[in-house]
Design a protein around this ligand. Structure first.
Ligand SMILES: *[C@@H]1O[C@H](CO)[C@@H](O)[C@H](O)[C@H]1NC(C)=O
Ligand SMILES: *[C@@H]1O[C@H](CO)[C@@H](O)[C@H](O)[C@H]1NC(C)=O
Ligand SMILES: *[C@@H]1O[C@H](CO)[C@@H](O)[C@H](O)[C@H]1NC(C)=O
Ligand SMILES: *[C@@H]1O[C@H](CO)[C@@H](O)[C@H](O)[C@H]1NC(C)=O
Length: 397
């Protein structure tokens, strides 16, 4: 029987094909990739989203019909991918807004985002902020691409599962003109430590790690960092905080070993096996590690080191949304309270005994992204269909 690649939940649920007049997004998928278990879960969740939209009172002018669609990279046409790439290259040429005295290494608008993520990494990944502040951060990035660089589309995301088995030959990383750039040259890159996850406490290198020499980002100049000492052959930053100007090539390791920890079954179980928000938060960050699992690093880390960059420009935001929408009334404003601190600096047992202590009620927490976006209450950022004073209005497909 022919597979139907459609989001229509009823088409999927009732494969005999009696589709009731459910919501149909203004976008379609690329038939090359069969739906994975998370895509199917997302499709099946759309009826819950519809119910939720009908009962909640805070949507402002946002409806499922006017919500924009953030699509998976390969579901964009090749010209759409190129349009996105052009906008990113444009952002890399615009002047920075981050204060020059504190961030001499920020050379472009693109670096503004890097500089913020770098200096506020602890805050951005703590239990209060991991989900909602990243949602805001990505939205601000999308807005900069659109408002400042004329991008007409929306932020794409990367479904790790589509590329996990062979990322270097995928439409994201094959290094051609419509990819996000290729593999780095072979290097002495040793891989990444994943403390406390013995015996799988090391993500083995994926064969790259050196300069990227093909694709749209082959001439990209990286200036900020490094902060720690990750690669043996990366020049040191002139400042110990990593914020000085240190122009050098763009290095990366497109890494299948890491990607295998972010296949759809991991994402599915992260969403479905963790009803409690603290458990969801912990599992997302790979804490405590799955017992006897060969890739126990959590979606966040596995996604990061799949290509040594931002974890998929939206995939983790999508995962949070699907998790929320399993039980919207109880989960929309669920903020972790007892999650473990990130990054892990204690033994697991100790971290479990001394979970993150909340100092404030989440409703009093303000998210301040400095030069990235205006300060806003945390709980204004949890609903992607009406939050951010109505400016969040998007779904993932
Ligand atoms: C909803 O209204 C706000 C404020 O007028 C506007 O910025 C936003 O673009 C609107 N959203 C949609 C989806 O029409
Ligand atoms: C690049 O690779 C993708 C994925 O294989 C392909 O669809 C596309 O046509 C290729 N060529 C260009 C110029 O983008
Ligand atoms: C996901 O599938 C892989 C490959 O079959 C397996 O090794 C791994 O344990 C699974 N992980 C989870 C969380 O189900
Ligand atoms: C993990 O593997 C060890 C050694 O094979 C085994 O003794 C133990 O029962 C396993 N634990 C779980 C939770 O599966």
């Amino acid at each position: 029987m022919k597979r139907v690649y459609s989001i229509l939940p009823l088409v999927l649920a009732v494969s005999s094909g009696v589709a009731e007049a459910a919501f149909t997004p203004k976008a379609s998928r690329n038939g090359l990739y069969p739906l994975d278990v998370v895509d199917e879960l997302e499709a099946a969740t759309m009826s819950k989203v519809e119910e939720w939209m009908a009962i909640k009172k805070t949507a402002g002018n946002c409806t499922l019909e006017n919500a924009v669609v953030r699509q998976e990279w390969s579901d964009l046409t090749v010209p759409q991918r190129e349009e996105y790439i052009s906008a990113v290259l444009c952002l890399q040429k615009l002047p920075p807004r981050a204060p020059k005295d504190k961030f001499p290494g920020a050379l472009s608008r693109f670096d503004d985002f890097v500089a913020f993520h770098m200096t506020e990494a602890m805050m951005l990944h703590d239990p209060y902020h991991l989900f909602a502040s990243h949602k805001y951060f990505i939205w601000a990035y999308e807005k900069a691409l659109r408002d400042e660089c004329g991008y007409k589309g929306y932020q794409p995301y990367m479904n790790y599962d589509r590329y996990a088995q062979d990322p270097v030959n995928s439409p994201m990383f094959n290094g051609n003109a419509s990819s996000m750039g290729g593999q780095g040259l072979p290097s002495k890159y040793p891989g990444i430590a994943q403390p406390y996850r013995k015996p799988y406490d090391w993500i083995k290198p994926g064969g790259g790690g050196g300069c990227v020499t093909e694709g749209p980002f082959k001439d990209m100049i990286v200036s900020l960092g490094p902060k720690g000492h990750v690669l043996t052959d990366v020049p040191k930053n002139p400042q110990s905080d990593g914020l000085g100007s240190n122009p050098r090539c763009f290095r990366r390791d497109v890494n299948r070993n890491s990607a295998l920890g972010a296949t759809a079954n991991y994402t599915y179980s992260t969403i479905m096996d963790n009803k409690d928000v603290d458990a969801f938060y912990n599992r997302y960050l790979g804490m405590p590690p799955l017992v006897n699992d060969t890739h126990p690093w959590g979606l966040h880390n596995a996604g990061h080191y799949m290509f040594g960059g931002d974890p998929g420009g939206g995939m983790l935001d999508r995962v949070w949304w699907i998790w929320q929408m399993q039980d919207p009334e109880n989960r929309i404003n669920a903020i972790p309270t007892g999650g473990m601190a990130m990054p892990p600096h204690q033994l697991w047992e100790e971290a479990a005994l001394h979970p993150y202590q909340r100092a404030e009620d989440p409703k009093d927490v303000i998210v301040d992204l400095g030069w990235i976006a205006p300060a806003i209450p945390l709980l204004e950022l949890t609903d992607q269909l009406g939050g951010n004073h109505g400016q969040f209005c998007y779904i993932y497909l």
